[in-house]
Write a new protein. Structure first.
Length: 425
């Protein structure tokens, strides 16, 4: 949407008070995301009174999911654009069409205009749109449609275009990376084949995998993670739970044995492997005993990064109609227990890194901390904490100026629960 508007003579401003057109790209995955989207819509609509705003657009999942409801709820919004129509934004905002929805079927190609909204050195590369899985708690297939994969050729060309604009870190995303290509029914299009092509791009330094599912882990895939230096020894694999009855109710298609097996395979195959996962606390009918199994699992496995979500009862999902929905109080208590446990685990793992050397990607200067902010290969943008670098070295030398996008070596000096303090080597 950003690229398309810029291509049609729009100019970007950081100040919404100056904007004549504002686009809110909404989410409706869980209740908190809906509330955040609604708050943003109402906040931005005020610029029709206090700024230069002429047209307010709401795009994405909230528009796709609720359609006529949002049209009546937000009279101040000029256009609604669903998840299958976003590529038409330039013509939509010039039209009188208020509601624009379709069954999501569009997948962009490398030729689609794109403006990287991330810092110039990093980008997300979306391999797929939609999802073919039917997890009981998830609304994504209904608002994003079935899985649609880009071709390897498209993705390589899009990556080369990003690299020409300075990108050296690529974060691969999709609702389910490990199923990439299965909808194309072409045995040559899969995640392994794509990774082999991406690492050939000379300027690319880090390729990171986000949103993998705990199946389809082939030996070829594990070998690539272990042996290809450009592929970060990192996976984000949302496991959601470990107790078999809960996993069955969630319709995850895996059991605790398979989950434990894949964790063991990854750790045994790849020295220094970094594992991010997420769990749902307070799923319908989750007993104290079942939660304790999850708690002990997290305690035993000592994951590097963990996110915990309270179960959100989303209409039109299978889980929403299940009996024994738990109270918000119980869900929050269980979430807090898991997060407190993970904080202790994270601090322990960070303390083990003190005195060790890391390669990091510099992101800029943190004025509040008076330290440079950076990330290691094991820290994805926005979600995994940072490495903060003291702006001097141990030798009596002048202050070193680090630039965003620069890679450098540091030595870890201090451990915090979610961040590290380091010094240049």
């Amino acid at each position: 949407m950003f690229g398309s508007l810029l291509q049609h003579q729009y100019e970007y401003t950081e100040n919404p008070k100056e904007a004549e057109l504002i686009v809110v790209n909404s989410c409706s995955f869980i209740e908190d995301a809906k509330k955040e989207s609604i708050d943003m819509i109402l906040s931005m609509s005020e610029f029709k009174k206090t700024g230069h705003l002429q047209k307010l657009v709401v795009a994405g999942c909230l528009a796709q999911r609720y359609q006529k409801d949002v049209e009546s709820l937000f009279p101040e919004v000029d256009h609604f654009i669903g998840t299958g129509e976003y590529y038409k934004i330039s013509s939509i905002v010039e039209s009188q069409s208020r509601g624009n929805y379709s069954i999501p079927s569009y997948i962009h190609s490398y030729e689609a205009p794109r403006m990287n909204s991330m810092p110039s050195y990093t980008a997300y590369l979306k391999l797929t749109e939609g999802c073919d899985r039917r997890c009981a708690f998830c609304i994504i297939p209904k608002i994003r449609g079935k899985q649609k994969s880009q071709s390897i050729e498209n993705l390589v060309l899009e990556t080369k275009a990003l690299v020409q604009n300075g990108v050296t870190e690529l974060n691969l995303i999709g609702q389910d990376l490990t199923s990439y290509g299965t909808d194309l029914r072409d045995q040559r299009t899969n995640l392994e084949a794509l990774l082999k092509e991406l690492v050939k791009i000379k300027e690319m330094k880090w390729v990171r995998l986000l949103y993998c599912y705990p199946d389809h882990m082939t030996e070829e895939f594990l070998n690539l993670l272990r042996n290809e230096e450009k592929i970060c020894k990192y996976i984000d694999m949302p496991l959601q739970h470990i107790e078999d009855e809960i996993l069955k109710s969630m319709r995850r298609g895996v059991n605790s044995y398979k989950i434990r097996t894949i964790i063991s395979r990854l750790r045994e195959s790849i020295p220094g492997f970094v594992f991010r996962t997420s769990f749902i606390a307070g799923y319908p009918a989750e007993t104290e005993e079942q939660f304790e199994k999850l708690y002990e699992f997290v305690k035993q496995e000592e994951f590097d990064h963990v996110g915990v979500f309270t179960y959100s009862q989303e209409e039109d999902t299978h889980a929403a109609a299940l009996p024994q929905q738990l109270s918000q109080k119980v869900k929050l208590k269980r979430k807090e227990r898991l997060m407190m446990l993970q904080s202790e685990i994270s601090l322990k793992k960070h303390k083990a890194q003190v005195g060790h050397e890391l390669e990091v990607l510099v992101e800029g200067w943190d004025e509040a901390k008076k330290l440079y902010q950076a990330r290691s290969f094991g820290q994805a943008p926005d979600i995994d904490g940072n490495v903060f670098i003291e702006p001097w070295v141990s030798d009596p030398s002048p202050e070193i100026k680090l630039q965003p996008g620069q890679y450098c070596k540091v030595k870890v000096k201090k451990a915090l629960p979610y961040d590290l303090i380091a010094q240049l080597t």
